[in-house]
Design a protein around this ligand. Structure first.
Ligand SMILES: NC(=O)c1ccc[n+]([C@@H]2O[C@H](COP(=O)([O-])OP(=O)(O)OC[C@H]3O[C@@H](n4cnc5c(N)ncnc54)[C@H](O)[C@@H]3O)[C@@H](O)[C@H]2O)c1
Length: 219
């Protein structure tokens, strides 16, 4: 897709991988809406790119109503949505049992699933509805990209919730593309290895040191 003057939503765009994605989209001429909880960092990005090119929405990707409202505001401001890149994610590591053999609190598990997996689907469903209104351009109405992880395939110690969430992201990508066949063209999932960021350093030290490869982009 030629990104010149296209409109992209980037979740988690205030930091790390999402922030780098925002910079690249801007370099290619896209207008960008950042959905993130870090308002200070989001405001910094908008100040750097300019308010005509970027907008920040303080949005919890796990909230149905907040995402529905933010997607509607993006369409009002920029006229359409052509690209969604889901980067928002969390990854605090916790073992199924702690040192005293007490079980991991269930809410720690459901929080990670709620943001990484349900949140990715939540933004995708709303963005897809906006993309369905676009005219076809080179056979495409829009593109959705999720961010998975090598942990989808080989989780480390303390990554039950994180691996489950990323496995879910991998799993939903193909049916999402098939669901939208004929009206939105593709959904891709990027799997990543270890990149220094807040999310990466929130993993337990043993888990980070067990990753059997260097920090680099995987695909
Ligand atoms: N860094 C790595 O090595 C690595 C490896 C594999 C996958 N990933 C994935 O890449 C994505 C980005 O990770 P990163 O390393 O850049 O992390 P990061 O912590 O730098 O950025 C994550 C962003 O998501 C935002 N966020 C968190 N919860 C949110 C919510 N509920 N609603 C909206 N925004 C929320 C945070 O405020 C932050 O700006 C994540 O999905 C992560 O799982 C990262």
């Amino acid at each position: 897709m030629d990104l010149q003057n296209k409109v992209a939503v980037v979740t988690g765009g205030a930091s790390g991988l999402g922030r780098a994605t925002v910079d690249e989209l801007a370099r290619r001429g896209a207008r960008i809406a950042i959905f993130d909880l870090n308002a200070a960092a989001g405001a910094e990005v908008v100040a750097q790119l300019g308010a005509d090119r970027a907008v920040f929405h303080s949005v919890d990707v796990a909230s149905a109503t907040a995402v529905e409202a933010a997607i509607a505001q993006v369409v009002t401001k920029f006229g359409a949505i052509h690209v969604l890149i889901n980067c928002a994610g969390i990854g605090p590591a916790k073992k199924i049992l702690d040192r005293d053999s007490a079980p991991m609190p269930l809410e720690d598990f459901t929080k990670i699933i709620g943001i990484n997996l349900t949140g990715s689907f939540n933004v995708a469903r709303c963005a897809a509805a906006a993309m369905a209104k676009n005219e076809l351009e080179n056979g495409e109405r829009g593109v959705i990209i999720h961010t998975a992880s090598v942990a989808a395939y080989e989780g480390q110690v303390g990554q039950c919730a994180y691996s489950a969430s990323k496995g879910g992201v991998v799993g939903m990508t193909l049916p999402m593309a098939r669901d939208r066949r004929g009206w939105v063209s593709r959904a891709n999932t990027a799997g990543w290895r270890c990149i220094s960021s807040k999310t990466a350093t929130s993993m337990a030290r043993p888990s980070a040191s067990m990753v059997p490869f260097a920090c680099s982009r995987a695909e």
